[in-house]
Design a protein around this ligand. Structure first.
Ligand SMILES: *[C@@H]1O[C@H](CO)[C@@H](O)[C@H](O)[C@H]1NC(C)=O
Ligand SMILES: *[C@@H]1O[C@H](CO)[C@@H](O)[C@H](O)[C@H]1NC(C)=O
Ligand SMILES: *[C@@H]1O[C@H](CO)[C@@H](O)[C@H](O)[C@H]1NC(C)=O
Ligand SMILES: *[C@@H]1O[C@H](CO)[C@@H](O)[C@H](O)[C@H]1NC(C)=O
Length: 387
């Protein structure tokens, strides 16, 4: 009896191992489908014609790589651009550019980006009901998911072909949800309230993951939140003479603790989803710990610290009513010496390090490069993350 049980345990183990390697071997990530907010928007707000005056659409945005505003909220490329490069595929085109016929001759099979600046995981009504009236975009995660479903017949026509095509794609499920806390934080809603929003945000992400997997997605990367307490926008809103509120690197302790709280809950949910969907690879992207070393040891990476490159005012070069992109707001000479570009978004230099930490470093679990066969020639000093 005992030995029979041992045999069946061993066989079970082998079956589990075989199916695990099968899941890994079957993904190749030949395209990217992306959902999210301004951390990943590669031109959707620009092509939406909804907010032509958005500050991210004016110089000096885009100055570093594109040499003109590119519809991205940074001086240059974003995490999604570096992941595409590492996969050896072209930059992911914005859905609204394709839909409005501006970007022509596009095969949507090469991947599509649905992320929009300012987007929230939850719909606007959730925030209106809770006294947050500052949510300005109408492109929540739910809206982006509907765009994907509308586009699907142009990608594949049967459940079988959809599973084939989508099974070979990398789905970036966010970062989404950061703005669900940024808007309430901006009007100084309490952490107690924010913690009440957490299960709602995670539920929205869960529903989307379930739906994407049902449609055929097999490899999904779900990022957590950045260290909000190190962000110039929040450091300015919550500036205080009470030194106890800051850690030894100048970040707001209570706010970073909130980011960690959210990330813990998200990871817990991802564990649960992995059990429900054993044939999918659900990667947790640890944006928090990928970014933290930049704030803690800025000199090591050639950065100056918490100050904003493009901005003016406050000890951090940040003023919410006078942001980068507005007339007369100056930018630093060398954005590669700054972590933060405009006080809310990172510089290309920081995004590159964070992307490397996900692609080759320890900050994607399970590791992205093991699941997606990254272009081996890729490498921009990701060794930074070895220490
Ligand atoms: C790998 O990336 C390099 C640098 O971006 C690029 O020149 C090369 O064509 C890529 N190789 C493949 C096989 O995609
Ligand atoms: C937001 O989107 C919804 C659904 O697409 C639409 O019904 C509504 O009119 C939009 N609201 C605004 C302010 O654009
Ligand atoms: C799916 O079918 C429609 C209608 O027959 C066709 O127009 C479309 O090109 C097909 N899409 C794909 C991806 O094969
Ligand atoms: C922020 O900018 C606005 C608009 O230019 C200005 O009125 C205000 O004084 C600035 N606030 C700070 C703290 O610099």
């Amino acid at each position: 009896m005992a030995s029979e049980k041992r045999w069946s345990t061993l066989i079970l183990l082998l079956v589990v191992m075989a199916s695990a390697s099968l899941v890994m071997a079957s993904s190749s990530c030949s395209s990217i489908f992306s959902f999210g907010d301004s951390l990943a928007d590669t031109g959707n707000l620009y092509f939406s014609n909804q907010q032509p005056s958005h500050h991210c659409l004016f110089p000096p945005y885009g100055e570093t790589y594109f040499h003109h505003p590119s519809g991205r909220c940074s001086d240059g490329r974003l995490i999604i651009d570096f992941i595409a490069e590492a996969l050896g595929i072209q930059m992911v085109k914005p859905y609204l550019g394709i839909k409005n016929g501006v970007l022509k001759d596009m095969s949507v099979k090469e991947g599509v980006n649905f992320a929009v600046m300012g987007a929230t995981a939850l719909d606007i009504s959730f925030f209106e009901e809770r006294g947050v009236h500052s949510v300005t975009t109408n492109y929540s995660f739910g809206v982006q998911l509907n765009w994907f479903k509308e586009l699907l017949p142009h990608i594949c026509n049967s459940s079988k072909t959809c599973h084939e095509v989508l099974g070979k794609s990398l789905f970036l499920v966010g970062e989404i949800g950061g703005n669900d806390f940024n808007y309430p934080l901006h009007i100084r809603q309490s952490i107690t309230k924010l913690k009440e929003y957490v299960p709602h945000v995670i539920n929205a992400i869960t529903l989307a993951i379930n739906e994407l997997i049902d449609l055929g997605a097999r490899t999904l990367m779900v990022p957590g939140n950045f260290p909000l307490g190190c962000s110039a926008v929040h450091l300015t809103t919550y500036e205080t003479t009470d030194k106890n509120q800051y850690d030894s690197f100048g970040c707001l302790k209570w706010l970073n603790e909130f980011s960690e709280f959210y990330n813990q809950k998200l990871q817990h949910e991802i564990h649960r989803l992995r059990v429900i969907h054993p044939h999918a690879n659900i990667i947790y992207a640890d944006y928090y710990n990928a970014a933290l070393p930049l704030y803690r040891y800025p000199k090591k990476y050639g950065f100056t610290g918490l100050k904003v490159c493009c901005g003016i005012g406050s000890p951090y070069n940040y003023n919410a009513s006078n942001m980068c992109g507005k007339p007369g707001v100056p930018a630093c000479d060398d954005p590669s010496q700054y972590i933060t570009w405009d006080g809310v978004h990172f510089t290309e230099a920081a995004y590159r390090l964070i992307a490397n930490g996900l692609i080759k470093g320890p900050y994607s679990v399970p590791q992205l490069s093991n699941l997606c066969f990254m272009n081996v020639s890729y490498g921009y000093g990701y060794g930074h993350f070895n220490s």
